[in-house]
Design a protein around this ligand. Structure first.
Ligand SMILES: *[C@@H]1O[C@H](CO)[C@@H](O)[C@H](O)[C@H]1NC(C)=O
Length: 329
């Protein structure tokens, strides 16, 4: 009968220790406050994760599953970590007592068993564990955040997601980016100085009519010969013909090959130069005899090339009714 008092003592001792053990919510808020490096987040391991997510929960917890060790080469993990820390530190700044929302991180190095248990083979994964003390059991299920790798404002997206899924309104204010401002100012001042210094040398180029004419001509030839069409449709350069030859002209008006457009571009440019020569060079020629010959020659070039263009048209579409001598396809 000496056993009973002993049992009673043990039981009372146990109840005392149970009563003294603080609620796990308190434990986690204290852990997060002690974490100076990443303000407002709790660094988890397998044991802490189990404790955190074990029902009942009277708090909301956000868990970032990540793999920051360089061995895993997870670039997205590193990129996302900064955004996540920003969300957590914003919440901690506005709610120093956490107010029922905890931000935590479980790195693969500290939580292999948990990663295995949850069948997670990728990182980062962001999950939300809602409280279990309210609502129906289906509302206790963890929610997964839809990660967008190219999100430049991931912190804002996460905050919006949390605000829509929980009763907590998470707000983000990004620290002012002085580096960006100074880079911008230096860039502007530098560009202005350089432009001022280089102006005497650049002005003749900038105001040169011939340069602009040449550039415009290149652009006009590029676009009228069908360069954009080739880029958009990714047409073949040439196509193997039926009897072993190469066919470089596509049949039909709604089709073309790469080489075909280059031929057309060359013809167009020679036609353009013939016209320019006739307009600008010929009137300035001193000798009337030479002028006559040159005018005839350039006109002949015009005629033959236009004739070639029309025969090319007919090659593409046999039913094209027009032609221009001397080339009749
Ligand atoms: C959860 O319950 C514990 C114990 O009652 C309490 O100390 C804590 O503040 C509660 N947490 C929240 C977020 O209400």
């Amino acid at each position: 009968m000496r056993l009973l008092p002993l049992l009673a003592t043990v039981a009372s001792l146990l109840s005392v220790t149970v009563a003294q053990k603080p609620h796990k919510y308190t434990t986690f808020t204290e852990l997060s406050a002690s974490n100076k490096g990443t303000r407002g987040t709790v660094i988890l391991n397998d044991q802490l994760f189990n404790e955190l997510t074990l029902p009942p929960r009277n708090y909301t917890s956000v868990v970032l599953f990540t793999a920051l060790d360089p061995r895993f080469g997870c670039v997205l993990c590193r990129d996302f970590q900064g955004e996540y820390d920003l969300v957590a530190s914003n919440w901690f700044r506005d709610h120093p007592k956490h107010d029922g929302l905890l931000f935590t991180v479980l790195d693969f190095s500290d939580g292999k068993a948990t990663f295995q248990k949850l069948g997670m083979s990728t990182a980062p994964i962001l999950m939300l564990f809602p409280p279990t003390t309210t609502g129906s059991p289906s509302e206790h299920m963890p929610l997964k955040y839809d990660m967008n790798p190219n999100d430049p404002s991931a912190a804002e997206s996460v905050a919006r997601w949390l605000s829509s899924q929980t009763k907590h309104a998470v707000k983000i204010t990004r620290p002012f980016n002085y580096v960006k401002l100074f880079t911008l100012i230096f860039g502007l001042v530098g560009t202005a100085t350089l432009s001022k210094l280089a102006y005497p040398y650049l002005a003749p180029v900038m105001y040169s009519r011939n340069l602009w004419a040449a550039l415009s001509l290149v652009a006009v030839l590029l676009f009228t010969s069908g360069h954009m069409f080739n880029h958009i449709r990714k047409v073949p350069y040439v196509v193997q013909g039926r009897n072993g030859g190469v066919s470089y002209i596509a049949g039909g008006f709604s089709n073309q090959f790469g080489l075909e457009t280059q031929i057309v571009a060359v013809v167009y440019s020679v036609l353009a130069f013939a016209t320019i020569a006739l307009c600008l060079k010929m009137p300035r020629m001193e000798s009337a005899g030479k002028q006559k010959v040159a005018v005839m020659a350039w006109n002949l070039v015009l005629l033959v090339l236009f004739s070639f263009l029309m025969s090319l048209f007919k090659m593409k579409n046999g039913s094209y009714p027009f032609f221009l001598p001397p080339l009749i396809a």
